[in-house]
Every structure is written in structure tokens, then in C-alpha cells.
Write a protein that binds this ligand. Sequence first.
Ligand SMILES: Cc1cc2nc3c(=O)[nH]c(=O)nc-3n(C[C@H](O)[C@H](O)[C@H](O)COP(=O)(O)OP(=O)(O)OC[C@H]3O[C@@H](n4cnc5c(N)ncnc54)[C@H](O)[C@@H]3O)c2cc1C
Length: 303
Amino acid sequence: MLRGILLELSESPAVASWVLRNGMSRRVARRFVAGEELDDAIAAARACNQAGMHVSLDFLGENVGSEAEARRVRQMYYGVFDRIAAEKLDANVSLKLTQLGLDLSEPLCEELLGSIVAHAAGHGNFVRIDMEGSPYTQRSIEVCTRAREKSSAVGTVVQAYLYRTEEDVKGLLAAGCRLRLCKGAYKEPASIAFPEKKDVDANFVKLMKLLLASGIYHGIATHDPAMIDATVQFAATQRISKDKFEFQMLYGIRTDLQQQLVRDAYQMRVYIPYGHDWFPYFMRRLAERPANLAFFLRSLVRR
Ligand SMILES: Cc1cc2nc3c(=O)[nH]c(=O)nc-3n(C[C@H](O)[C@H](O)[C@H](O)COP(=O)(O)OP(=O)(O)OC[C@H]3O[C@@H](n4cnc5c(N)ncnc54)[C@H](O)[C@@H]3O)c2cc1C
């Protein structure tokens, strides 16, 4: 229930503006967000690279309200790819289609995505389309599949909590798409998503096996030791070598496990979010773990 309340609050502009004005919230959010500027993200990426980890940079923002804003986001991503190349970082980019105007116009969104993917490909780099809530699932898959027909420099994310995902995975694999598998971070009804963690976990393992057996390079995104063990075991029994897939985790979460996987010679990618619009992302992280909320509330009271 608490998870549901936090996820609902994550979409409230009033709560967002209160929290964003609060200096202590900003400091607490820094546990999960590299900072508000690209320089902050670049510094965090460099530190991860030095620790033997790949990176995906995410300029925080979703559901832009105008075409001009969506076009500004595109320019900004051009700059991110140029900066990654100039600094010789091992980093790609994760973005959200509602940040590129999916709510406003699908053709606009496709145009902007297409030019970002072409820019990334020009640098030999890669764009990952994050998966948002279920109102966007079908459109995101369609936009990604069409973009993938034009360039292999794009892939997307699948969420183990949705009943539909196994079918989606089969279609996306047939299209040669690189995927990130995660459990899913949004509030979804039981009519479309497994309500019980054990069922989400079982589906995650089932999907992980489909991905690893496909021969395409995918990302297994989880902090859950049981999911990681299942992946490690499956890869070992199928003789899938450690360079044929990667684990992915979020910045600031289970850093110990990230380092352990690097020591064990697995590929590890850290997802580094940055930007001013950190509130919805931060709330989703609080919703995932009640202890995070307790820590946040204690910090506010101690001010
Ligand atoms: C790289 C990456 C990209 C992602 N991209 C997307 C996306 O595009 N769309 C989407 O819907 N979701 C995305 N997610 C979020 C994902 O769907 C889950 O909500 C999140 O990863 C928590 O699930 P889990 O697999 O870690 O397992 P859980 O069962 O939730 O957690 C397992 C353990 O991990 C640790 N943990 C998990 N979350 C936290 C936290 N917030 N704070 C502290 N500890 C924590 C705890 O120790 C917990 O016991 C992404 C996750 C990762 C790692």
C-alpha cells in the first residue's frame, strides 16, 4: 500500500514543487542522483569507469509539455554524446520517450529519437529507451522496433511484472533488439501486472533465460541477489561467457554488489541519473524500499 501511495505522489506536481524547494530533500536525493548538471554526471561516470564499470547516463525528465521543450532535449542529448566522446568515457545514454514528446505527437517523438540514434551511431554509441508506465508500453515498443529497423544503435527495456512481456520479448528478439530486463517500477493494476513479488521474480528468471539464450547482448538490471544468482547459474550451465551480457544497477544502490560482480569479471553497467527534474525518479526509488523512506523522513525531521 505504501508503495502505491509513493508512486501516486511521484506524479503530483504540488508535492514535487514542495520537495524540490527543500534543500534537505535535495541532499538526500543525491544518494540516488549524481547531481543537477552534466558535469556532475560526467564526474560520476568517470569514477565508475575507473572502477571497471560501464555507464548509462540519464538526463532526468519525463512528459514534456511542448514541442520546443522536446527539441531542446534532443539538442541536449547531442551534447551528451559529444561530451562522452570528447572525454573518452565508456558510457551510453538512457532516455524516456515522453521526454521526446510522445504525449504530444508520435511522429515528433520518432523524428527526435531517430536523429538522436543517428547522432549516437555516428559516435559508435548506443541509445536505450527506458520503459515507462503501461499507457506507453505498446507505443514504446512500436517506436523502438521502427527505429531498430533503421539502426542497431537503439534498444529498449522490458518489465517482468507485466503479463504481456513474454510475448513482447519474443517480438523484440525477432527484430534483433538489445534489451534491458528489469522488474518494473510503476504502479500497475493486477489486471495487467503480477501483484506478488514471487511471480514477478519467477517471470524475471524465465525472461532472463530467453534473453541470454538469444545470442544478443542484453542487460540484466536488478539489485536482487536471487535474480543475479539465477543469471550467473544459467550462464554457467549454458556455457554463455561473461562478456556476452551485462548486469546493470542504479547509481547509489548496492555499490558493494556492483564491485563484487566486477571482481568476479562480469560486465557491470551503472545507470547514472542527473538533472533538475529528479523528483519522480527519487520517489520511485523510495517506493522500492521502505527503509529509504524512513531515512528520508528522519533527514527532514533532523533539519
Ligand atoms: C539499470 C536499471 C534500469 C532500470 N530501468 C527501468 C525502466 O526503464 N523502467 C522501469 O519500469 N524500471 C526500471 N528499473 C527499475 C526496476 O524496474 C526496479 O524497480 C528496481 O530495479 C528494483 O527492483 P530489483 O530488481 O532491484 O529487485 P527488488 O526485489 O525490488 O529489490 C531487491 C533488493 O535490491 C535492493 N534495492 C532495490 N531497490 C532499492 C532501492 N530503491 N534502494 C535501496 N535498495 C534497493 C534491496 O536490497 C532489495 O532487497 C531499472 C533498474 C535498473 C537497475
